[in-house]
Every structure is written in structure tokens, then in C-alpha cells.
Ligand binder design. Structure first.
Ligand SMILES: *[C@@H]1O[C@H](CO)[C@@H](O)[C@H](O)[C@H]1NC(C)=O
Ligand SMILES: *[C@@H]1O[C@H](CO)[C@@H](O)[C@H](O)[C@H]1NC(C)=O
Ligand SMILES: *[C@@H]1O[C@H](CO)[C@@H](O)[C@H](O)[C@H]1NC(C)=O
Ligand SMILES: *[C@@H]1O[C@H](CO)[C@@H](O)[C@H](O)[C@H]1NC(C)=O
Ligand SMILES: *[C@@H]1O[C@H](CO)[C@@H](O)[C@H](O)[C@H]1NC(C)=O
Ligand SMILES: *[C@@H]1O[C@H](CO)[C@@H](O)[C@H](O)[C@H]1NC(C)=O
Ligand SMILES: *[C@@H]1O[C@H](CO)[C@@H](O)[C@H](O)[C@H]1NC(C)=O
Ligand SMILES: *[C@@H]1O[C@H](CO)[C@@H](O)[C@H](O)[C@H]1NC(C)=O
Length: 826
């Protein structure tokens, strides 16, 4: 029996209006909002992040305002209190005034003409428009928020330049998540007349990353460009006499997209699939070293698959032969042989490239590739050419004059680039044929024969290689045979096997920068697959000793476990001693990052925390009971609860938990794994575990979520009890509400808090049989009936009681005696 939805309640100040318009002289004050016709967007006042300042903004209606603000009016002039009022004057000027009547922000718009029927309206696109006239009477838009983008670009918004007014629109990052005033980063299209279109992310005026050029379909140059995003959206580049701009639209009724330029200068493309309200990050830029603009210098070529990443394009070499790699300063690439515009000069083709910065290029739309080659060849200053257009049959010609900058290798979605080289630098085969032109016929023929033979051998070899390779690639492609919502075919599940090379590339060779942390079973790395998907790679400790078959069986079992409150397994990797599990990546990291961090804990308000408690309980119920396998997690703790975009919890690390056979309900182990502070007494002392030992850990977690304090590190000035003892004490003294995290202030539901503390205490009872089962826990959290009184909790495990915890990998199977694997190293 699963319970219906939890009611999440937000503290709404004031009342909501259901209209989507603001009429002349109508006042909207803080607490009131206007809502677009189909309730997609809402306009009103909000405070970002942990800020107390008030801003007038537009947000997505059915998601939490903190995370999905689409537009902000008074970015630079916050209100310091809730006295703000918006009104539309009879000239069509929308103004925001504070409590003293001082104008904080205004649209500065004014209507011309006489028959006015002025109104400000919030459209379902998220655009706030001020209109004059109406459908029957020459309606014109005199102002729109879409002309003033902030950090977010919505479908239909234009970024570019109007050549008549000279006005340029671009995305600007927020200063921080708490401060929407313009930050250091901007994202803009190169809006110089005649220049080919590409997009730059700049920090102040310095280019940090270049996206593009436009390839007729989208902006190329994104390593993690997610192909599945393309059917849902189309980007357009519009160039005409008067303006140049880029825009994108969603061409699907079931998905929508937005792009955000984050305070640290990353472009994030997020997608929402209805009816889900969750935003999924489908692409980020920059993601790797090669995304740093011009990182390898002129004529350098960046490749994440090589080490070092920077090298010179073929035909170019390092200026200083002692250098190992070019970069944007010390050593640069230069031509092996200078150009002299001689007749032998030709073009070297480079495939799978991100085309160089088109700042130095000239574009002709109607030229075929062969015409393009001739045009470049005939102009001694032309250094390279390419057809940027990848649409089927699409033509176009880019001619570069000057240095080639910001080139990188893109195995999956690169394009062909033809670079001018001196005759002697052109490909050896090509050159040797040139030199041997005058050799007698017989010799030519015998060479041809040898070459043919060689070619045949080579072809045979390549074919074999190719077969092997395509097999590996086929293996590597995630297959969705599992998510049919049916787990009846255990054993036939296919879990994608990833190659070590692929994982290595995705994680930048397991670089320290990509390391997310150290879990109980080894380090965890963040990675980005070539397809763009972000992953978390758990590299299991080498000395596991577990057999291959057992490991594969376990992976298949894990893959069967699919629930919204469990982290999803995407695949695995085995190579030699290396074992890796590949999971979906969750950007908000783990619960402990918020809960126990003074600066971030306020980001989790009570409704969110209550939702997290519920989510964990439901995930646990699934593991314990609802999945075909019965799984005891054994290491439930805040560090193993990951949070998605909406702060929804997902239990992780369950993959290496113990799976029970049908009919089995408890077991003993000689290897106790778990974390101090969360581990139940019977498990710690006797190695005895069951779903009730998970329930114990869950109880600890609930009390931690309520209090924002860590059981293990808990100290109190009045007594020596741990958090459980403290909660028990408060409960007995009749003041359990004193347990709550101070950062809530008064905004919480006392009923929910009391209920949570009560359930938490029931779960941490000393006697196993006193603790409720998982289904009861879920029912109690959501229900209204009275609850049994808890008995004394087991709170004897305190730091210091366990001497010299040794760190053992869970997978080892030949350890005697009870040992703690203290996995909470953070
Ligand atoms: C709107 O507010 C102004 C003062 O800011 C006040 O003079 C006016 O009466 C208000 N109008 C309405 C309709 O409440
Ligand atoms: C309104 O803004 C002015 C100027 O910024 C400031 O002096 C005044 O204190 C503000 N009044 C209120 C009620 O916020
Ligand atoms: C409106 O005009 C004022 C004064 O010219 C200016 O400071 C302000 O930035 C303008 N507001 C907008 C939204 O353009
Ligand atoms: C709009 O209102 C503001 C504040 O009253 C004022 O400074 C600005 O000049 C007005 N703009 C127009 C075009 O009326
Ligand atoms: C349109 O505007 C005219 C003039 O203000 C008004 O008479 C008419 O009723 C309006 N029509 C609608 C549909 O609002
Ligand atoms: C989307 O909805 C519109 C109007 O409801 C309809 O005309 C169109 O065919 C739909 N498009 C798709 C792809 O379903
Ligand atoms: C190259 O650029 C990167 C990023 O802008 C910077 O960190 C690095 O120091 C630069 N290298 C040199 C040699 O200037
Ligand atoms: C390109 O070719 C098409 C058809 O041949 C022609 O209609 C168009 O005007 C040409 N455009 C340019 C810019 O030359």
C-alpha cells in the first residue's frame, strides 16, 4: 500500500490573483501575483536563494521559484522589504515603487496614439508585454520583457542585434545564486555585419568559450551536445538587413527548454518533459579543457583523447622544439614550411573538427565546396576553407584569412576543415606521387601492384578491426531493455558495458578535478559521455577479490532496481582489476552538503525536508519490499542521499547492499560495513542485519534532517547524549519542537515536524522488534492517526567506543572478525 501524494505547502504571503493582466492604475503589491493564461508562468515578488532582498520577477508556475526564475525586473535595484508595488500608468509606463513611493525600476515605455486600451499581460511564453489597443483595434506591443534577457533564455526570446536601433541583447549571468544583478559573464552572438554566426561566452570582455559556428541546424562545437534534445527544439539564426539574432523554439508539445548562464560562466541547457515538473540538464558548456577558448594557441588543435590535450595541426610544429605542447602563451605552433603561394600548395583535409573562430572568416552562402576550394586556392591570403552547413545537400563556404584559432577534435560531431599547406607538408602519399611523376611505366605499374596488394591486406585488417570496434561500440551504447516497468525477467537484463577508454575520456582520465568524493567502496568521479550525458563513475576498490561473474550478476540485479527515489545505474565497466559502476549524475550532490553546512542549510526549507524524508522512506520501501528483490541497504546516511534538480532525494550506494533471497529476512555478516552514527546496535555488535537495521539508520537520518545536526558530531552543553539521546530527552520533556533546525525560523508545520520526530524516535528504538517496518513508516509519515509511544533509543554508539576502525572494501569475502568499515571519511 503506497500512500497518496504528500501535501507540500509553501508559505504564501498575501493572496494570489488569478488574472494574467495588470490594468492601468491597478496596484500589485508584494504577495500578490499574476498568472499567465494556462498557468505556465507567474509574475510577482521573490527573494533569490538565501537573500532577503525582494525582486520583481517571472518564474515557472509549477516549480519552486528559487530554482526556476525566468526573468527579473529590478536586477540591480533590489527592494529591501516587502513594500514594493507595481503599477501601470496611463502612458504605458510600468513602474515599481517602494514603500516611500520612490521609483525602483520602470519599463520607460510609452504609448503613442490616441485610442488607448493599455494593459500589461503575462503571456504563457513567459513574456511580459505592455500592449496598446486590442485585437479589434490595432493591438501593438510597446514593451516586452523578452527584449531584456537576464541569465535565462526562453523559447522565442531573441539574442542579437538590431542594426537600426543599435540595441544588442545578450544573456548576462547573475552575480551569485543569491544576487540577480549582472555578474561577470555574458553570452552573445557575434553581431558584426558580415561575420559568420557563432556564440561567445565572455568574462568581462575576454572570450572564455566559443560555441559554433552555426551549422545550419544548431550551434556546433558542443562536445556534450545531446542529440535527443534536437527533435524537441530548433534553433534559428536570422540575418537580414535590419537585424541578426538567434532564437530557439520548442517544436514539441511535451517538452520545453530553457538555457541559463550560471554565475560561474557555464551555459546550461535544461529540458522539462511534461507532465514532469523537473528540469533535466541536457547540456553544459564549457565541460572540458578543450572548451577553453584558443587554449592551444593559433594552429593548435585540442583533443581530449590525447595527453597532453594540445598539439599542432598537421603541417605545423612547435616554435621551440624543446616544448612539449602548444598553449595560449608560452609556445605556439607555426608552419613547418612557409607558404609562398607556389603552384604545389594545396589543402590538407582534417575531419571531425570544430571549425576555427570565424572572426577571421568570410562567408558565401551559395558556393559549393569545390567552388570554395578554388576561391581559397586563388587567394594567397586564404589559409583555410570549409562548408559549415551540415544540412543534407546544404552548401556554403567559409574562407579564413589569418590564424586559425580555437580548433579542436570532435570525433562525434565535427566537420571537415581544409587547411592550406606548402607542397612539402602535404600528405606523404600525395607528395610521393607528385615526386615520382616521371618514373617509367613499369615501375609505376609494379608500385601499383604492390599498393593494391597492400591495400587488400589493409582492407582485410581494417575490416576485422572495424568489426571488433563496432562490436565494442554496440556494447557501449546504453540499452533500455530494462525500463519496461517489469522485473519478471531477471537474468535476461542487459546492462550496458562501457569501455575503460570511454570512461577515461568522460572523466578526463579520472582527473582530480573530476573527483566528486570518496565513497565507501572507492572514489567517485564526474564525467561527461561523448553523447553529452553526465555521469557519476564509482570506481570500486581494486582489492575487492570478487569474481567477475558475481560482479556481473550483481550489476544486473542493481539495474533491476528502478524507482524515482533511487539513483539510476546506467552501466558498468570491467577491465582487468578495475570495476566501475556508472550512475546518473545528480548536480546537487548529497544531502549532507546542505544539511550540515551553515551557509547552505537554509536552502532546504521545511517543506523540502519533509518531502525528502518521504522520498527516502518510499525509496526504502521499494528496496525492502516493492522490488522483486529484497535489498537491505546497510549504509543509509545523509552522504548517500543524492538530490536532483528539485531537491528530490535519491538513495545511492544501494547497489552494493545485500540482496536477500526469496523468503529470507535477516542475515549475519562477519564484515560489518556502515557508518558510525547510523549503524544499529545489533548490526554493530553482532553483525546481524535486516530491514530493521536500515530502519534504524533511517530514524537517525530523519532526526538529522529535522535538526540539521549530525548525530556523530552532536554535542550539547548540558549533557553528553548524542542526537538520538537529545531528541529522546526533548520528547520526554514535552518539547520536541526544540529539536528543529534554527534556520527555519517560524516557517514550518509543527504537525509535520512533530510527526517526523516521533517516527524518527520509533525507528531508532533499541529493540529490533519495537521498530516499525518500512510500510508502517511510510504510512505513519503520511497519515494522521495516533502513533505508539517510542521506547528508549539505542544511543550508546559514540565516538571513541570503537577503536581503530579499519577500512575494508565491502566486496572482500575472506575477513574474519567484526570490523568496522568507517566510510564516512568526509
Ligand atoms: C495605488 O497606489 C497608489 C499609491 O502608491 C494610491 O494612491 C492608489 O490609490 C492605489 N490605487 C489602487 C487602485 O489601489
Ligand atoms: C525607498 O527607496 C529610497 C531610495 O532608495 C530609500 O531611501 C527608502 O528608504 C526606501 N523606502 C523603503 C520603505 O524601502
Ligand atoms: C529607465 O530610464 C531611467 C532614466 O533614464 C534609467 O535609469 C533606467 O535604467 C531605465 N530603465 C529601463 C528598464 O530601461
Ligand atoms: C517612466 O516612469 C519613470 C519613473 O516615474 C520615469 O523616470 C520615466 O521617465 C518614465 N518613462 C516614460 C517614457 O514615461
Ligand atoms: C478594443 O478597444 C476599443 C477602444 O478602446 C474598445 O472600444 C473595445 O471595446 C475594445 N475591444 C475589446 C474586445 O476589448
Ligand atoms: C501541439 O499542439 C498544437 C495545438 O494544440 C497542435 O496543433 C500540434 O499538432 C501539436 N503538435 C504536436 C507535435 O503534437
Ligand atoms: C591559458 O589559458 C588558461 C585559461 O584561460 C589559463 O588558465 C592559462 O594560465 C593560460 N596559459 C598561459 C600560458 O597563459
Ligand atoms: C543563391 O542561389 C539561389 C538559387 O540559385 C538564388 O535564388 C539566390 O538569390 C542566391 N543567393 C545569393 C546570396 O546569391
Amino acid at each position: 500500500m503506497l500512500l497518496p501524494h504528500i501535501t507540500v505547502f509553501f508559505l504564501v504571503v498575501g493572496t494570489s490573483r488569478s488574472s494574467d493582466t495588470i490594468a492601468v492604475h491597478q496596484n500589485i503589491s508584494d504577495g500578490q501575483t499574476i498568472v499567465s493564461a494556462n498557468a505556465k508562468f507567474e509574475l510577482g515578488f521573490f527573494s533569490p536563494g538565501s537573500s532577503k532582498n525582494r525582486y520583481l520577477g517571472i518564474w515557472y508556475k509549477n516549480t519552486s521559484p528559487q530554482t526556476t526564475i525566468a526573468w527579473v525586473a529590478n536586477r540591480e535595484t533590489p527592494l529591501i522589504d516587502t513594500s514594493g508595488v507595481i503599477k501601470l500608468d496611463n502612458q504605458g509606463n510600468l513602474t515599481l515603487v517602494n514603500g516611500s513611493g520612490k521609483v525602483i525600476w520602470s519599463s520607460n515605455s510609452s504609448a503613442t496614439g490616441t485610442n488607448m486600451n493599455l494593459v500589461a499581460q503575462l503571456l504563457d511564453t513567459g513574456n511580459l508585454v505592455i500592449k496598446n489597443g486590442n485585437e479589434t483595434n490595432n493591438e501593438i506591443v510597446i514593451w516586452q520583457s523578452f527584449d531584456y534577457p537576464g541569465d535565462t533564455c526562453l523559447p522565442g526570446m531573441k539574442l542579437g542585434k538590431n542594426f537600426i536601433t543599435g540595441r544588442e541583447t545578450y544573456q548576462t549571468s547573475w552575480r551569485s545564486t543569491d544576487d540577480p544583478s549582472p555578474g561577470e559573464y555574458t553570452l552573445s552572438i557575434s553581431a558584426v555585419k558580415g561575420e559568420y554566426q557563432q556564440v561567445y561566452i565572455r568574462r568581462s570582455s575576454a572570450i572564455k568559450t566559443r560555441i559554433g559556428p552555426y551549422n545550419g541546424v544548431s550551434f556546433s562545437g558542443r562536445a556534450n551536445y545531446a542529440p535527443d534534445a534536437s527533435p524537441a527544439s530548433v534553433s534559428y539564426v536570422i540575418v537580414n538587413e535590419n537585424e541578426i539574432y538567434i532564437t530557439f523554439i520548442s517544436n514539441s508539445n511535451t517538452t520545453t527548454l530553457r538555457t541559463v548562464l550560471t554565475p560561474d560562466g557555464k551555459l546550461e541547457i535544461l529540458q522539462q518533459k511534461f507532465p514532469n515538473t523537473e528540469w533535466i540538464l541536457i547540456s553544459t558548456l564549457p565541460v572540458d579543457y578543450c572548451d577553453i577558448y584558443g587554449v592551444c594557441g593559433p594552429y593548435g588543435s585540442c583533443n581530449t583523447a590525447t595527453s597532453p590535450n594540445c598539439g599542432c595541426l598537421k603541417g605545423f610544429e612547435l616554435k621551440n622544439s624543446d616544448d612539449t605542447s602548444p598553449d595560449n602563451g608560452t609556445s605556439v605552433c607555426r608552419r613547418g614550411t612557409a607558404l609562398d603561394c607556389g603552384p604545389g600548395e594545396g589543402f590538407q583535409k582534417f575531419s571531425s573538427m570544430k571549425l576555427p573562430d570565424t572572426k577571421n572568416a568570410v562567408y558565401s552562402s551559395n558556393m559549393s565546396l569545390s567552388d570554395c576550394a578554388v576561391a581559397c586556392k586563388n587567394n594567397c591570403a586564404c589559409t583555410a576553407y570549409a562548408n559549415p552547413n551540415i544540412t543534407p545537400g546544404g552548401v556554403g563556404c567559409l574562407l579564413w584569412f589569418g590564424d586559425l584559432i580555437d580548433v579542436r577534435v570532435f570525433p562525434q560531431n565535427g566537420q571537415d576543415l581544409y587547411v592550406r599547406l606548402a607542397a612539402s607538408e602535404l600528405s606523404d602519399l600525395h607528395a610521393s606521387f607528385h615526386r615520382k611523376k616521371r618514373v617509367v611505366m613499369v615501375v609505376t605499374l609494379s608500385i601499383a601492384a604492390v599498393l593494391t596488394l597492400l591495400g587488400l591486406i589493409l582492407a582485410f585488417y581494417i575490416r576485422r578491426r572495424w568489426k571488433k570496434k563496432s562490436y565494442v561500440e554496440r556494447e557501449g551504447r546504453p540499452k533500455n531493455t530494462l525500463n519496461k516497468g517489469d522485473s519478471s525477467q531477471i537474468g535476461s537484463a542487459e546492462v550496458p558495458l562501457f569501455s575503460l577508454a570511454k570512461i577515461s575520456r568522460a572523466t578526463n582520465d579520472f582527473s582530480v578535478d573530476n573527483k566528486l568524493g570518496e565513497g565507501g567502496f572507492g572514489p567517485v568521479y564526474k564525467g561527461v559521455l561523448e553523447e553529452g550525458q553526465e555521469i557519476a563513475v564509482k570506481r570500486l576498490s581494486r582489492s575487492s577479490g570478487q569474481g567477475l561473474v558475481e560482479f556481473e550478476n550483481e550489476v544486473i540485479c542493481i539495474a533491476k532496481l528502478q524507482h524515482r527515489n533511487l539513483v539510476k545505474l546506467l552501466g558498468y565497466c570491467i577491465q582487468g582489476d578495475d570495476r566501475m559502476l556508472i550512475y546518473e549524475y545528480l548536480p546537487n550532490k548529497s544531502l549532507d552538503n546542505f544539511l550540515f553546512d551553515e551557509s547552505r542549510k537554509s536552502l532546504l526549507d521545511w517543506p523540502q525536508r519533509f518531502q525528502i524524508i518521504h522520498g527516502i522512506a518510499r525509496g526504502l520501501l521499494y528496496l525492502h519490499q516493492d522490488s522483486r528483490l529484497k535489498v537491505v541497504h546497510r549504509d543509509l546516511k545523509a552522504g548517500n542521499i543524492l538530490l536532483d534538480y528539485q531537491m528530490r532525494p535519491k538513495i545511492s550506494d544501494f547497489g552494493l547492499a545485500r540482496m536477500f533471497e526469496e523468503g529470507e529476512s535477516e542475515a549475519d555478516t562477519k564484515r560489518v560495513v556502515g557508518t558510525l552514527g547510523y549503524i544499529s546496535p545489533e548490526y554493530a555488535m553482532k553483525g546481524h542485519f535486516s530491514v530493521k537495521s536500515d530502519i534504524f539508520s533511517f530514524g537517525v537520518l530523519v532526526l538529522e534532517i529535522v535538526s540539521g545536526k549530525k548525530n556523530k558530531d552532536f554535542v550539547h552543553e548540558d549533557h553528553d547524549d548524542n542526537l538520538l539521546g537529545h531528541a529522546w530527552r526533548l520528547y520526554r520533556e514535552g518539547k520536541p519542537l526544540d529539536l528543529i533546525d534554527e534556520c527555519f525560523g517560524t516557517s514550518y508545520s509543527a504537525y509535520e515536524v512533530l510527526r517526523s520526530v516521533h517516527v524518527g524516535l520509533l525507528c531508532v528504538q533499541h529493540r529490533v522488534e519495537d521498530r516499525p517496518d518500512t510500510q508502517t513508516v511510510v504510512a505513519m509519515l503520511g497519515g494522521e492517526g495516533s502513533l505508539p509511544s517510542p521506547n528508549k533509543p539505542a544511543f550508546y554508539i559514540q565516538e571513541g567506543e570503537i577503536n581503530s576502525p579499519s577500512i575494508l572494501p565491502l566486496l572482500s569475502s575472506s575477513v574474519n572478525g567484526v570490523t568496522f568499515s568507517q566510510v564516512d571519511g568526509r
